[in-house]
Design a protein around this ligand. Structure first.
Ligand SMILES: [Zn+2]
Length: 316
């Protein structure tokens, strides 16, 4: 590396020096990776360059998240990333455009993804077992449960464990997860259980000509009461697409699907309607959302609409 002598140019301006950016010299892949991770706020790792996948806590998530990972397929290359953001980077001592190093990095990243997928599957299988045990030990939900009273809906097939309601979530016909609803409406899923593509249903699919797809269980209950049609709750806006595609595959083509969105009118970008519009277009499904008579209250879904206390025009 040569550093140009600084001499003022003919216009008297200071010249732009060439080649004065500091280059970080690394003698080992360990120190190169430590520096790269430092830039992400990850400190205090002692790197093990043994070709195995190692995990660490991402600094922007809860302690124990283990969302960060790295692997050093050789002593010249490290690949690292974060599962929760999907980002992935390569550090190399071999020069950025070394094709062999690039191929080794790709293979290491693929191994890391496979290991991650296998681990998730094991975790979800364990969680599903816990869900089935809890479900089996629970009793039919009481009509007087505070959440059901608040939402003004019947328990349908829900069960109750202690003071928690249990909403069963199925995927491919198997119970894989439970949503536990506390009397105050606080909701939790089984730790590390599968959510994507899992859902719960109110009403019967057999012989129906239409089915409603929505986010929350209470919304599904209200839709079922109002229409007589079966209603499937995907729990979250993010899960509507996976559930919608699974339903479309499973149902006869003459069964129409209506995506009943939450109207998140108070949230920037209205995530409920945005997600529902996308999935409705992808499934060629119908789309509806609640139009509220109220402006000041926190109503967002069809259950809220059914209970909204705002005065309605034209209603005596
Ligand atoms: Zn309202």
């Amino acid at each position: 590396m040569s550093i140009e002598t600084r001499t003022p140019d003919h216009k008297g301006r200071a010249p732009v020096p060439r080649c004065v950016l500091p280059t970080l010299e690394h003698h080992s892949i360990e120190s190169a990776l430590v520096d790269a991770l430092n830039a992400y706020g990850v400190a205090g790792l002692s790197i093990i360059a043994d070709g195995e996948i190692h995990r660490f806590d991402a600094p922007d998530k809860r302690r124990g998240n283990l969302s960060g990972w790295y692997v050093c397929p050789t002593h010249e290359i490290a690949v690292y990333g974060f599962w929760h953001t999907g980002e992935q980077h390569t550090v190399t001592l071999a020069g950025e455009h070394d094709p062999i190093a690039a191929e080794q990095a790709r293979q290491a990243a693929r191994r890391a993804r496979q290991a991650r997928a296998a681990q998730r599957q094991r975790e979800q299988a364990h969680a599903a077992k816990r869900a089935r045990r809890l479900w089996a030990s629970a009793s039919p939900a009481g009509r007087g449960h505070a959440y059901l009273v608040t939402k003004q809906v019947a328990p349908y097939g829900l069960r109750q464990h202690g003071s928690n309601l249990l909403v069963p979530l199925y995927a491919e016909g198997q119970l894989v997860n439970l949503q536990r609803i506390a009397p105050d409406g606080g909701k939790r899923f089984i730790f590390r259980a599968r959510l994507k593509g899992s859902a719960t249903i109110i009403g019967r699919l057999a012989a129906t000509s239409r089915l409603y797809l929505c986010e929350g269980w209470a919304t599904a209950a209200t839709l079922h009461v109002a229409t007589g049609c079966p209603a499937v709750a995907a729990m979250t806006a993010n899960n509507l697409a996976a559930v919608g595609h699974a339903l479309r595959q499973r149902l006869p083509s003459e069964v129409a699907i209506t995506v009943a969105a939450d109207n998140d009118r108070g949230t920037e970008g209205n995530p409920g309607i945005t997600a529902a519009r996308e999935i409705a277009a992808a499934l060629r499904a119908d789309l509806t959302w609640p139009r509220f008579p109220c402006a000041d209250c926190a109503c967002t879904d069809f259950n809220d609409l059914a209970r909204c206390q705002a005065p309605r025009e034209g209603v005596a």
